[in-house]
Write a protein that binds this ligand. Structure first.
Ligand SMILES: [Zn+2]
Length: 241
């Protein structure tokens, strides 16, 4: 049994407008609730497209809401410290402040999400503590085949799939960076969705499932495949993160 989730990363006013809108059209057409990882106050110039959403950003967010897409807070500014991370290595208080500053900005945009993902998939155990303190329920990260509880939060693994691949097992997130999405990759994405629509879920559904009847696998598989985090630099992809 496999379920696929879609996560769209690095969303901000600098995201490529044409690709973002095309992507949303695909999810609208197939009635898929993808997760859009929003950077509350982007300061990372490397992810600003030459053809950005700009003034279309607010209407774009409204359209995501109208179409029942899912939001995720993607860090705060997407700027990195000396450990090449927005959070890892900082004190609990500093991390909490950054998370809350981002949360407040999203709330101003009427985005109240309990899902978080750290830029560069880089965080530590203090990040988890800060997230729990800030009221987050899901840390959309880590490595594994299924979502699982980790130190009081639900980890939904994001195994980084730079290219679309079928996989026979688990809950697999297909992580897309719009600024790197070519027409050819978009075509492949549409084909993949057509062939796998029945297997595509939303991260909200996963949360409901784990709370009712945990998807965590009992026994040996749980021990082997629950790799919580701290793997910054362990997995490389051909995309931004
Ligand atoms: Zn990112």
């Amino acid at each position: 049994m496999v379920k696929y989730l879609f996560r769209i990363d690095d969303i901000c006013s600098g995201t490529n407008a044409k690709i973002a809108i095309k992507l949303l059209r695909v999810f609208e057409k197939f009635k898929i609730k993808a997760t859009w990882a929003i950077i509350p106050a982007n300061k990372d110039l490397s992810i600003i497209s030459k053809n950005p959403l700009g003034h279309k950003y607010s209407p774009f967010l409204s359209r995501l809401k109208k179409n029942n897409q899912v939001f995720c807070q993607h860090g705060y500014t997407h700027k990195f410290n000396e450990k090449d991370s927005e959070f890892k290595g900082d004190s609990l208080q500093t991390q909490y402040k950054k998370i809350m500053a981002g949360r407040k900005l999203l709330l101003k945009k009427e985005i109240n999400t309990k899902v978080f993902s750290a830029p560069r998939h880089s965080y530590d155990n203090l990040t988890i503590k800060a997230l729990i303190k800030a009221g987050f329920k899901i840390n959309y990260d880590g490595v594994g085949f299924f979502p699982y509880f980790y130190n009081g939060i639900i980890q939904v693994p994001c195994n980084l799939w730079p290219n679309l691949m079928s996989f026979p097992y688990g809950v697999q997130t297909i992580c897309i960076h719009p600024n790197n999405l070519t027409e050819n990759k978009l075509k492949k994405l549409r084909k993949f969705i057509m062939e796998n629509r029945a297997k595509i879920e939303s991260v909200e559904k996963v949360e409901k499932l784990i709370n009712k009847s945990p998807l965590q696998i009992p026994g040996i598989f749980a021990a082997i495949f629950k790799i919580p985090n701290l793997y910054s630099g362990f997995i490389k992809s051909d995309q931004n993160d």
